[in-house]
Design a protein around this ligand. Structure first.
Ligand code: SDX
Length: 462
């Protein structure tokens, strides 16, 4: 296995001496120079790391729409052209040619595995798929009806209470073991959450099965009969895992990086990523898309939902549409749509929501609002339809996303130890808009200050 190089950024961005920007404070006429950084691909970045020291001012960028948080060599996205590369390889080629574990190795180590590396990596992942038996009792603390993502956050966080012998995150070998344990155990944890919700016994992983085959068997097999792996299902699951493996500095990956920047336990960091992914604006969108298509119910209702999505006074959004980076088709959505048709045709399934999804996509893509705002289908728009065809319940869609994205999260966590932000805690500042300094008031001198709160609370207005 390639030894990790200490303190060498995978693809170092160069501070280009002659290239800089000049910023002038028009209040004082004072000018400041900031270097421009150029990576291998993509837009240039202005290095403002010395801005506060130079100017006494911060930058302001809520939602980080124009902010680069780190250097990374793992994934490149060109949102205008709809390009997604993992360590330089186009997502379309990886989905067609590689397995999910090949992509895990690529994201972790920077190269596709040669034969022996592939064999050793797959063996290591296989040997870590089981959970500590005590962890299985952890599930019993949840209601059977708990959302599986709530269970994932809890159980993955609980993993940080195990493996005390391997907690030195500054030891590359222990980091690698943690990465392998997380990649290997996520399908088991997710499948156990599903089994627990059904009241069915946990199905343990089997070493002779592939990653996707094990996930299917742990999800859908029962001890009372043999479970036959459908190769179409296994291949579709493997492709879906590849399509969700990593995506640059998205919200959940940035969450993992920020948690990891304090030196936190890697299992706890991934639990924070799961929590962030769960949101419907992020990974929770695949579940929200299916719920939305169910609410639409019939093609005739589509115009009503499109109108709601365009209405500024309605916080409804067309789930599965739009993206912070892609202002063109999400290349993953294209592959997902092809896979959707393939799986449904091969299985002879006629899912009533598919024609609604196709019609919704057609209408939206012709609508001025969506064209002007460059809102295209994203990775979540079709994934739920495939997952439902494969037998996954809607609430498990984001669990699948979390299983797949774990490899991206741990690859970025690992990269932090060799990147430009290594050993620096992430600590953004703010634009303070609260009260100026004031003196304490005794309760008898205080006037009621939160009438809305009291009304909402339904308390007595004093
Ligand atoms: C993922 O970052 C990643 O890489 C994420 C991800 C990954 O692999 O990690 O790709 C996975 O999270 C995909 C996105 C899944 N989420 C959804 O499908 C939920 C629906 N989409 C939106 O909520 C939204 O598009 C976001 C959250 C995805 C992006 O939001 P942005 O970049 O903050 O964009 P925005 O909210 O500023 O929207 C710009 C404009 C706004 O209108 P104006 O205020 O300019 O008038 O477009 C509108 C928005 O109201 N808009 C939408 C819309 N998405 C944006 N209007 C209707 N329907 C939508 N879906």
């Amino acid at each position: 296995m390639a030894q990790e190089q200490k303190n060498v950024v995978t693809l170092p961005a160069r501070a280009v001496d002659k290239n800089s920007v000049t910023m002038t404070d028009n209040r004082t006429g004072q000018s400041y120079e900031f270097p421009i950084l150029d990576g291998t691909e993509g837009p240039s970045l202005i290095d403002i790391s010395k801005m506060y020291a130079k100017t006494g001012m911060f930058t302001y960028d809520p939602g980080f729409t124009s902010t680069g948080s780190c250097q990374s060599g793992i994934t490149f996205i060109d949102g205008e052209k709809g390009i997604l590369l993992h360590r330089g390889y186009p997502i379309e080629q990886l989905v067609a040619e590689a397995s999910y574990l090949d992509v895990c190795y690529l994201l972790l180590h920077g190269e596709l595995p040669a034969q022996i590396e592939k064999r050793e990596f797959e063996k290591s992942i296989t040997m870590h798929t089981m959970l500590h038996e005590q962890l299985t009792s952890f599930y019993r603390g949840f209601k059977r009806s708990a959302h599986p993502m709530a269970v994932m956050v809890g159980v993955v966080g609980a993993l940080s209470a195990f493996y005390h012998e391997d907690t030195d995150i500054h030891d590359p070998l222990q980091r690698m073991i943690a990465a392998h344990r997380l990649i290997a155990k996520m399908p088991t944890i997710g499948a156990f959450a599903f089994k627990y919700s059904l009241g069915q016994p946990f199905m343990y992983p089997k070493n002779e099965l592939s990653y996707a085959e094990n996930l299917l068997r742990m999800m859908f097999a029962v001890p009372t009969e043999d479970y036959e792996i459908n190769p179409i299902f296994a291949r579709a699951v493997d492709r879906i895992l590849i399509l969700h493996a990593d995506h640059e500095q998205n919200a959940s990956t940035s969450t993992v990086r920020l948690a990891g920047s304090s030196g936190a336990n890697p299992f706890a960091c991934v639990a924070s990523g799961i929590a962030s992914l769960w949101g419907p604006a992020h990974g929770g969108a695949n579940e929200a898309v299916l719920n939305m298509l169910g609410d639409i119910g019939d093609k005739r209702n589509i115009p009503k939902f499109i109108a709601r999505a365009k209405d500024k006074n309605d916080n409804f959004r067309l789930m599965g549409f739009g993206h912070r980076v892609y202002k063109n088709f999400d290349p993953r959505a294209k592959v997902m749509k092809e896979t959707c048709h393939e799986v449904l045709n091969e299985l002879g399934i006629k899912d009533p929501v598919l024609p609604i999804a196709l019609e919704l996509e057609r209408i939206a893509l012709e609508d001025e609002y969506f064209i002007e705002k460059k809102l295209y289908p994203n990775v979540d728009f079709y994934s739920g339809i495939i997952l439902r065809a494969l037998g996954f319940p809607t609430q498990m869609f984001t669990v699948l996303f979390a299983i797949a994205r774990t490899t991206g999260w741990v690859a970025h966590w690992k990269e932090m130890f060799t990147g430009d932000d290594s050993h620096r805690i992430g600590r953004p500042r703010q634009l303070y808009i609260g009260p100026k300094k004031r003196n304490f008031k005794r309760v008898e001198n205080r006037k009621k200050s939160m009438p809305d709160w009291l009304k909402m609370w339904g308390g007595r207005n004093g």
